[in-house]
Ligand binder design. Sequence first.
Ligand SMILES: NC(=O)c1ccc[n+]([C@@H]2O[C@H](COP(=O)([O-])OP(=O)(O)OC[C@H]3O[C@@H](n4cnc5c(N)ncnc54)[C@H](O)[C@@H]3O)[C@@H](O)[C@H]2O)c1
Length: 386
Amino acid sequence: MVVSGAGMIGAVHAAAIRAAGGELAGVVASTPERSARAADEWGAPGRYPDFAAVLADDSVSVVHVCTPNALHVGQAEAALRAGKHVICEKPLATTAADAERLTGLAREAGLVLAVPFVYRYHPLVREIRERRLRGEFGAWQLLHGSYLQDWMLSENAMSWRVDPADGGPSRAFADIGSHWCDLVEWVTGVRFTTLTARLGTTVATRPAGTGASFATTGEGPRVRVRTEDVATVLLRTDGGVLGTLAVSQVSAGRKNRLWFELDGSAASAVFDQESPETVWLGAPDGARVLVRDPNHGSAEQRRLSRLPAGHAQGYADCFNSFVADAYAAIRGEAPEGLPTGEDGVRSARIVEAVLTSSASLTWVDVDPAPTAPVAPTALTALESTA
Ligand SMILES: NC(=O)c1ccc[n+]([C@@H]2O[C@H](COP(=O)([O-])OP(=O)(O)OC[C@H]3O[C@@H](n4cnc5c(N)ncnc54)[C@H](O)[C@@H]3O)[C@@H](O)[C@H]2O)c1
């Protein structure tokens, strides 16, 4: 296994590879010098000066793509064409067409393409999902929530994510709103079919280019910001249920607050990613707080509970479970809820619908319109003129 991209999430992948019992064969960064430094820091062999060297090594069976967004499609495609399984960071691609192409490539080649929508791996998220499958919540009445961070609040905060050339045309929504949509669709079983969105850029200019990941501050020349700091989205599901989502990278004091409330006709559930060891369950006659516990609850909650109750699990445990499941899929197993290329395509379509809606100020369909079937009379006419 090789990790491409030696930043924040690359290090998380490297740890997860080892936690899953995989061999970290190397790491590639943006230059041969940085690759060597990262290999040294992570205790991995310094075998690969660049990505081409990874592709040329037949002993590498899995590539983890952890680079800035715009590089995902090129690296993932090259790895798939070289016959390697790919775990590609979200967004799978910065356009839905590219995400579809990658997913088709993996399918045709019989290779695994997994996308780390890792919040699915909180044990209590699985608990809510299994309770939904058992019908405990009844018919959905309203789905709502937010994903709030504050790392871009300073007007001097800068990241490669700000520049559409590196990060893609959407920033806050594609970066974190995408996680919320993936999670809520997966837990509730609905599909958001139509949406209307508004994007806002609250910090008009930021310091010019830096390749750094999170909130590097600078005081040099400033550039106009062309990606959003905040997003609001109204959603409608295939069954006509309404939802709302607020997304922000400029909400003071909010670090990584993915929060949702799912209100059903019989019961409600609230999950907060920053307090993932409990969920709030509401019923007409009262409410209670459920605690993660490997000795109680659903099979999936128990499977993903790596520690006893009261011994807090979190984001890194989700990542470890996700990578372990991706490797199980590579071995031919079918782990429950592994996010794959199809989920990356779905997410890219939602991002494009959000961008289209924000530009047109209209409701936009998420899924492409089905191609109209050719009517028998038209077919006959075509055949007769052939
Ligand atoms: N799934 C999640 O929960 C999650 C969380 C954080 C980030 N991410 C995703 O991970 C990706 C990376 O984010 P990050 O926060 O680690 O960013 P980062 O800036 O910390 O790391 C990116 C790394 O890629 C390296 N890089 C640049 N060009 C390269 C090249 N040509 N070849 C190899 N490496 C190159 C950079 O030097 C840097 O070390 C993004 O797509 C982001 O959306 C996902």
